[in-house]
Every structure is written in structure tokens, then in C-alpha cells.
Design a protein around this ligand. Structure first.
Ligand code: NAI
Length: 478
């Protein structure tokens, strides 16, 4: 197959390569895995289809997977999250030039349309000569969804008609599948039969996997990378603590200190978001539906209220729930003039953007890409970031390298697990064993100058663990 790819501009590769080089220094987990497995190449023979924000950090992940022997095809899992420099560097590769690219096929650029996004997703499933991937690395579950829906409709022999209740995006997916069914009626069935498994990055994708498992529709084993402690308790929290204010600052430059920020949801992402805003001097109000998380927020010193009660107070409204319709069009109409509204959960349906556009007399002004002012008929306006899509990646560059090194070390280990031990996994959703979680943490200690205390044998026996770990029972919550 010829070397196909589609990115914004290969001449950005040199800048991207510098960014990658600096990121490698901040990603000790990935570099340690390269050192450990670079010779044995446990991923030789793996054809990994990856759908995950095409950032600088992801570029280091991709080149780690190839250093371990894998072939890789990549797309972004969001229309706004690609860093075009990183995408170009990956396509050109460490030894290529823009005229003679020798890297990895990437199909991603910042600012895709939905049609382009799903076209890119289709391209990464096409390995030439009718072949598909044998591994998926997913973030939010879009590739996994496409394969599962494809198989479902191939079995049924038809793709259902789009209804008015379907979202615009689902309409695009149905169109892709209609075309595929016409051209190649068993394409997805064949692809699914060759896939050994999927490793899933985020909370929302993991929800989808457990749902498919419960419904009996899951087609291959899955590793839930999100719920490694060294993923969700770090990336979702400390990553957001860094990248939320980064996105707000780059998008708006509105001073956060002294203002009122409303954070919807106090899970891992919400905790990082609230801390991030408080760190800037905002007075943070949290909304929650779960009494445990609401109590945590209160004990952490935040006011906990309903959104309805604080609409007129908030200067910033940030959704972190992974749920839908958390901020409705009616809510937005009740906000104060020039309130900033953004989402940092995985999908754009947390904020009812479709409903906002339908408000009578409303107008939309582009201040700059991914920053829009929506003006109501009475002249008041609100600022919406990244069209309601995750703003830390749309308005800024997502999480920094060091925290992503933790998440992606889990991804690499999970890929090796399923690819090399397929027979040990049923068609279920798994988390990585705790000793591997502890290994990922261990790989990041030196870089921060952490000196770990070692248990004596007697101490280990006293608390019922091994000197070398694991140190906590499965039910421990950190
Ligand atoms: P989580 O499950 O720990 O937290 C979500 C919280 O929202 C829960 O405590 C839940 O009770 C609460 N919630 C649900 N519906 C609500 C409502 N209507 N009003 C108020 N609170 C509500 O999930 P986590 O890990 O915090 O992830 C949240 C979202 O962020 C997911 O979509 C995840 O995929 C995404 N994510 C985004 C990242 C980014 O870089 N932007 C990074 C990591 C995760």
C-alpha cells in the first residue's frame, strides 16, 4: 500500500520534531518502556488503529508503539484537538523529510468538519488489500463504536434511516456505514474478527464498553486504561488542573481571580477543574448529583449548589460530567452578560449547543477560531469555548507531557498485554493488575526526585503485603 496520510502541512514537521524531543524528556514512563522493550519488540505484528487527540504527547506514544515493533495508523478523537506540528512530525518521522516522509500514516488536522472526522476514522481502519487492524487504541470509543455499529448493521443487512431525533454526528456515522455496506457488505464483520482487543483511554469510552459488555454486544476484549489509578487519579485530575485554565486563558484572557466559577461535576476531572480555578483566585461553586462527591466538594471548601440557583452569579461555567444536557439553552439564557461557558468532558452534548442556536433572535460572532460570542435578542451575550467541545484541547494543547506519560505508559502496557496474551482474555472489560499500575508510578518517581521508603520484611508481613508490592488491596480507593 502506498504511504497515505492527510495532515495540515508537512512543513510544520521540524517544529513538531523539536516539540517531540522536549516532550520525550518529560515522558520518562514511555522512554523507560522503549528501553525495556525496544529490543524484544513485543508488538511486532501488531497493526494498531489509534484514535486519540493527535497532540505532541500522543506523537511520543505513537513512536513508542512503533519502537516496540507495531505498525500504526492514527486519527484524532476530536475535530479541534490536533496539533498540526505534531501530526506533521509523526508523518515525516525521525528520519524522513517533508519531501520524503517515512513515518506513520496520520489522518488529522485542527478544525475538521464532522464529515472529515469520520472520513479520517474510516481511513485508519483501512490497512490496504482489504485488511483491517488487529488492535484498537481508543479515546472515547469512536473507532470501537464504528466497528460495532458496522457489524450490527451488516448482520441486519441494512443501515436504518436517519431520524430527526438523531444528532447531526450520528447522521454522519450512518452515512459512512451506508456507503460501506453498499461497497463491501462484510467489511466490519471481517475487521472485528481480526481484532484481538481494544485499550480505552477515557471515562466516557469506558462507560460505552461496559454498556456493550452488559448488553452482550461487545465483540472483543477491552482494557479499561482510564481506571488504572495512575491514569484517572492523575491525568483526569492533575492534567485538568493544568490545562483547564490554560484553555480559558488562551481562549479569553479574562482574569479569573476574584470571579465566580461554576464547575458542574466533582469526579476526577471536576476535582482538578475546581482546584485549577481556585488556584487562580476564583470563588468556585460546584454542582453534583452524587451525594458522596457533593460532600467531598463541601469538605474541600466549595459551595455546592444547583446550577439554577447560581446562574446569575457565575462568570465561568465549566462542565466536567460526561453526561448530556448539563447546561441547557434555558440555563444559558439566564447567565450574566459575557459569562464564559466551556466543557471539558469528552463529548459536546454536555452543553446544549443545538438548543442555543435555536433561541429566537440569537446571533453568533466568531471572535477567533474556537471562541464564539452568542448574543441574545436583548443584547446580552455569552462566550462559548470550542463550540462546547473539550476546551483544554480545543483552546489550548491539552494535558502536559509528564502526566500523559503516566496515562500512555498504561496504554502501552495494555496493548502489550492483549496483543501478547490474547488467549488469557475473555470478551470482557478488564483493568490492568495493580502491580503494573504501581510500575507506571515507579517509572515517574526519579524525575521528580522522589525517594521511596522501602518496607522491611517484617513490616511487609505485619501489613500483609510483599516487600515489592502490590501495596494495596483491589478495593483501596487512593
Ligand atoms: P467521573 O465519573 O469521575 O466524574 C463525573 C462526575 O459528574 C460524577 O461525580 C457525577 O456524579 C457527576 N455528574 C453526572 N451528571 C451530573 C449532572 N447532571 N450535574 C452535576 N454533576 C453530574 O468522570 P471523570 O473521570 O471526572 O470524567 C468526566 C468527563 O471528562 C468524561 O467525559 C471523561 O471522558 C472526560 N475527560 C476529559 C479529559 C480532558 O482532557 N478534557 C481528561 C479526562 C477525562
Amino acid at each position: 500500500m502506498t504511504f497515505e496520510y492527510k495532515v495540515a502541512d508537512l512543513s510544520l514537521a521540524e517544529t513538531g520534531r523539536h516539540e517531540l524531543r522536549l516532550a520525550e524528556h518529560e515522558m520518562p514512563g514511555l522512554m523507560a518502556l522503549r528501553a525495556e522493550f525496544g529490543d524484544s519488540k513485543p508488538l511486532a505484528g501488531a497493526r494498531i488503529t489509534g484514535s486519540l487527540h493527535m497532540t505532541v504527547q500522543t506523537a511520543v506514544l505513537i513512536e513508542t508503539l512503533t519502537a516496540l515493533g507495531a505498525e500504526v495508523r492514527w486519527a484524532s478523537c476530536n475535530i479541534f484537538s490536533t496539533q498540526d506540528t505534531a501530526a506533521a512530525a509523526v508523518v515525516v518521522g525521525p528520519n524522513g523529510t517533508p519531501e520524503n516522509p517515512q513515518g506513520v500514516p496520520v489522518f488529522a488536522w485542527k478544525g475538521e468538519t464532522l464529515e472529515e472526522y469520520w472520513w479520517c476514522t474510516e481511513q485508519i481502519l483501512n490497512w490496504g488489500d482489504g485488511q483491517g487492524p488487529n488492535m484498537i487504541l481508543d479515546d472515547g470509543g469512536d473507532v470501537t463504536l464504528l466497528v460495532h455499529k458496522g457489524v450490527e448493521f451488516e448482520k441486519a443487512g441494512a443501515v436504518p434511516a436517519t431520524t430527526e431525533n438523531d444528532s447531526e454526528e450520528y447522521g454522519v456515522i450512518l452515512e459512512v456505514l451506508r456507503r460501506s455496506l453498499k461497497d463491501s457488505p462484510e467489511r466490519f464483520t471481517k475487521i472485528a474478527s481480526e481484532i484481538k482487543g481494544v485499550t480505552e483511554e477515557t471515562t466516557t469510552g469506558v462507560h460505552r464498553l461496559y454498556e456493550m459488555y452488559r448488553n452482550g454486544t461487545l465483540l472483543f476484549p477491552a482494557i479499561n486504561v482510564n481506571d488504572s489509578v495512575t491514569k484517572s487519579k492523575f491525568d483526569n485530575k492533575y492534567g485538568i488542573r493544568h490545562s483547564l485554565v490554560d484553555g480559558i486563558n488562551r481562549g479569553t484572557d479574562v482574569l479569573i481571580g476574584g470571579k465566580v466559577a461554576v464547575v458542574c461535576g466533582y469526579g476526577d476531572v471536576g476535582k482538578g477543574a475546581a482546584e485549577s480555578l481556585r488556584g487562580q483566585g476564583a470563588r468556585v461553586i460546584v454542582t453534583e448529583i452524587d451525594p458522596i462527591c457533593a460532600l467531598q466538594a463541601a469538605m474541600d471548601g466549595y459551595q455546592v449548589a444547583t446550577l439554577e440557583d447560581v446562574l446569575a452569579q457565575g462568570d465561568f461555567f465549566i462542565t466536567t460530567t460526561g453526561n448530556f444536557d448539563v447546561i441547557t439553552a434555558t440555563h444559558m439564557q439566564g447567565m450574566k452578560d459575557k459569562a464564559v461557558v466551556g466543557n471539558i468532558g469528552h463529548f459536546d452534548n454536555e452543553i446544549d449547543m443545538a438548543g442555543l442556536a435555536k433561541i429566537s433572535g440569537i446571533t453568533k460572532t466568531e471572535i477567533k477560531p474556537q471562541v464564539h460570542e452568542w448574543t441574545f435578542a436583548d443584547g446580552r451575550s455569552i462566550i462559548v469555548l470550542s463550540e462546547g467541545r473539550l476546551l483544554n484541547l480545543g483552546n489550548a494543547t491539552g494535558h502536559p507531557s509528564f502526566v500523559m506519560s503516566n496515562s500512555f505508559a498504561n496504554q502501552v502496557i495494555a496493548q502489550i498485554e492483549i496483543f501478547t496474551k490474547r488467549d488469557e482474555y475473555e470478551t470482557q472489560v478488564y483493568v490492568l493488575p495493580k502491580h503494573l499500575d504501581e510500575k507506571v508510578a515507579r517509572l515517574h518517581l526519579d524525575a521528580l526526585g522522589v525517594k521511596l521508603t522501602e518496607l522491611t520484611k517484617a513490616q511487609a508481613e505485619y501489613i500483609g503485603v510483599h516487600v515489592e508490592g502490590p501495596y494495596k488491596p483491589e478495593h483501596y480507593r487512593y
